[in-house]
Design a protein around this ligand. Structure first.
Ligand code: ATP
Ligand code: MG
Length: 257
């Protein structure tokens, strides 16, 4: 049975998609079967996995509207070593189309249950909002991975996310927990980043992953080649960071099984 994780943070541009695709590729590299679900109408995780979002016949949108199953809509990214349930702009309409539907926040959960035995991990890339799409992700998941930059405002935004996760846990998904906070785009030369990192550890303890992802231009270049950094340039420091993170996740889920 797959363990399902959302990569979420309602703040934009904090490294959610980079984390999702590189963790997926890192897990594939260490022998795990992975499905990556793109839950963002921007479709960045789809494109960043070498799948052209404009050419997809079926996407996560069709799955949410129950006009296709995950098995029908998923595609394999041979280069990246994992399966992709893609997204494109069409997904932006799902929010409105699901308004009158019963149990609309559980659509993704029910759909993923049918393929849970095919994978070790299902990773869901969430959009930068606490929308119905993100709620579908949170209701499907065993845990949330929160990528964050060690900046002052990052801590402020975290409160909203932690409250949302608590509410979902209390009312909709008893399994849900924060698996961990992942420090990304980290530059140890910047004193403020060190300070925020120390505050995070003081406040969240072992909920802060040991792995730290450095700021690394190769990770930023990789999407333009339609690849995660881990596949594009495995020797880059950022890529090595994500492979180390994959190992840490494999260890961490042993404790929650
Ligand atoms: P959105 O909220 O729009 O979905 P996001 O949280 O998914 O954004 P990304 O798209 O992963 O964030 O990253 C934002 C930008 O930062 C991208 O240009 C990405 O290439 C770059 N980036 C992410 N991680 C790193 C890193 N470790 N080093 C350097 N650049 C990075
Ligand atoms: Mg993104």
């Amino acid at each position: 049975m797959a363990k399902i994780f959302c990569v979420a943070n309602q703040k934009g541009g904090v490294g959610k998609t980079t984390t999702t695709v590189n963790l997926a590729a890192g897990l594939a590299k260490v022998g795990q079967r992975v499905l990556m679900v793109d839950l963002d109408p921007q479709g960045n995780a789809t494109m960043g996995s070498g799948v052209d979002k404009r050419k997809l016949e079926l996407t996560v949108y069709d799955v949410l509207l129950e006009s296709a199953s995950v098995a029908e809509a998923r595609v394999t990214s041979a280069k990246c070593g994992y399966d992709v349930l893609g997204a494109n702009r069409e997904l932006a309409g799902a929010e409105v189309e699901l308004v009158d539907v019963e149990r609309r926040e559980l659509r993704l959960k029910l759909a993923l249950a049918a393929v849970a035995d095919d994978y070790h991990f299902i990773l869901i890339d969430c959009p930068p909002s606490l929308s119905m799409l993100t709620l579908n992700g949170l209701c499907s998941a065993h845990g949330v991975i929160v990528p964050m930059q060690c900046e002052y405002f990052a801590l402020e935004g975290l409160t909203d996310l932690v409250n949302t996760i608590k509410q979902v846990h209390a009312n909709m998904n008893k399994d849900l927990q924060i698996i961990g906070l992942l420090r990304v785009m980290f530059d140890p030369r910047i004193t403020l980043q060190q300070q925020v990192s120390d505050q995070l550890k003081a406040h969240f303890g072992d909920k802060v992953f040991n792995t730290v992802i450095p700021r690394n231009v190769r990770l930023a270049e990789a999407p333009s080649y339609g690849l995660p950094g881990v596949v594009f340039d495995p020797a880059a420091r950022g890529s090595q960071g994500y492979v180390e993170f994959a190992h840490e996740m494999v260890e961490r889920i042993k404790k929650i099984q």
